[in-house]
Structure formats: C-alpha cells, structure tokens
Design a protein around this ligand. Structure first.
Ligand SMILES: [Zn+2]
Ligand SMILES: [Zn+2]
Length: 148
C-alpha cells in the first residue's frame, strides 16, 4: 500500500471522499457516478486508486466504504473546505458563493496552511455549510502529548 499525500488527491477524488464522508455508510459506485453525473467507470477507476492508498475499501456487494484513515482524511477535507469558506465570507462573498469558489481550488491547499489558518481563526466550530471538527491534527496544542 502506498500512503496517499493529501495534496496528491485530485479534485474529483476529494469530492468522492467528501461524498462518502457525508453518507456515513457504504455507497455503490453507481450511486456516486449518478450523484456526480459521471461515467461509472470513472468512479471505479478513482475508487480503485483510493483503495490502493488505503483510504477506502471496495467490496463487490457492499460498495465503497471509508477506512479509518480515509475517514480521518475526509474529515480534514471537510475542514479544509469550511475553513477556506469562512475566509472567503470574511472578504465579501455570500455563503453560497464561498462554497462554490472554494470547490474550485481547495484541492491545492496544504494541510499545514489549513492548520495555520484554522489556528489563526481560533479553531471555529461552525462553517458556512456545516460544523467543523478539529479532531485530527490542527489542534496539536490541545490534543497532543502533554509533555512538560
Ligand atoms: Zn461549503
Ligand atoms: Zn482547528
């Protein structure tokens, strides 16, 4: 298994991972394809690549499910979307516009940059399109090893 660098995820894969995260259960590739209006073979190809880096499991009759690592990754992708969304709304965009604009570029913003923006915004818990969870990574101060 090759580990997946978050910046190596294409915008399409990011969208699939966020979709699976939102479903909170297994989804058939056909269901994903219908939602994104793409050919099922495109989804199958992306899903197989995600499976190869350990983010999802794809089982013949159950469909696609996020692994623990995949959920953690998706949790970050959602936080990245919502942190960037909040920033754009601070600069004059409506919530809806912010969500749409962020979807155009969110895949290219690194985890480190997001963690720093998250920190500078005071780890907000509410984004424009939902709640923001800080469980993984960004709140090292609060959740890290408390060595003195
Ligand atoms: Zn949004
Ligand atoms: Zn945070």
């Amino acid at each position: 298994m090759e580990p997946c660098e978050v910046l190596a995820l294409s915008p399409r894969k990011v969208a699939y991972l966020k979709f699976l995260h939102g479903k909170n259960r297994s989804s058939r590739t056909g269901e994903i394809a219908a939602y994104f209006r793409v050919d099922p073979s495109t989804v199958t190809k992306a899903v197989n690549e995600l499976a190869r880096c350990g983010l999802v499991v794809h089982q013949p009759y159950l469909g696609v499910t996020l692994t623990e690592e995949g959920s953690e990754c998706a949790e970050f992708l959602v936080r990245r979307h919502r942190i960037l969304g909040l920033i754009l709304t601070h600069y004059g965009l409506s919530g809806e516009e912010a969500c749409r604009e962020v979807e155009r570029f969110e895949s290219y913003v690194s985890r480190d940059a997001i963690n720093r923006m998250c920190h500078s915004l005071g780890h907000p818990t509410r984004g424009i399109c939902g709640s923001i969870s800080h469980e993984y990574g960004c709140c090292g101060e609060e959740h890290g090893d408390e060595k003195v």
